[in-house]
Write a protein that binds this ligand. Sequence first.
Ligand code: UTP
Length: 226
Amino acid sequence: MKVVISLSGIFFEDATRIKQIAEVLEEIAKSYGLYIVTGGGKIARDRIKIARELGANETICDYIGIALTRVNAKLLISALRNAHPEPFSDYNEVAGAGAGLVEEARISVMGGVSPGYTTDAVAAILAEYINADLFIDVTSVDGVYDADPRRYPEAKKYDKLTAKELVALTAKEELKAGSRIVIDPVAAKIIERSRVKTIVIDGSNPRDILNAVQGKHHGTAINPDE
Ligand code: UTP
């Protein structure tokens, strides 16, 4: 079974957290082919803000974000024993390297790829490409809401959604560099067309990532449309 996990950049702000996540990932890799995509987090958003103030256009800002997602990929690799030493920067490379083989408990790690989307979309494209059995989006909120719960406390959480409903929910989101959305609209469209089983969970307790791989979670399940 192949699992793709998108890890929000928020989980790369201190060594203790990175170590805890790495331990859980190594446990998962004993039984599953594992592919990780790392987000950029606050440092990416801060640097994008500076670039925008300097007059950089959105593509340049996206490239700055991508660079920082790759820094986080490198941090995660530093904490893993069984990862490829360099983050992959291309989907073909990951698939071609035969990474994610359970026998060797190898873990493939990559950051951003190209402007116009976020690492959620990278992970969704990778999941489609390698025919993953499961895609887990690990964020700092406990699922998909009808509005940003950090700004609107009355926002309603969905326990499950169809891919079509997810596309409709995310379509109104702005796709600017560094924008804070739970799942980006490109990722939602890829999830819809690939029909990959997707779960959105909170990663504050890294053990919950392992639980989610085993089918136990309190997040949002996105099911292919009937
Ligand atoms: P993230 O994937 O970290 O954005 O990429 P996010 O999901 O909004 O943030 P966190 O990590 O979950 O908090 C950071 C930025 O890098 C650029 C985009 O500008 C994105 O907002 N990026 C990333 C790309 O342009 N292409 C990529 O493939 C990845």
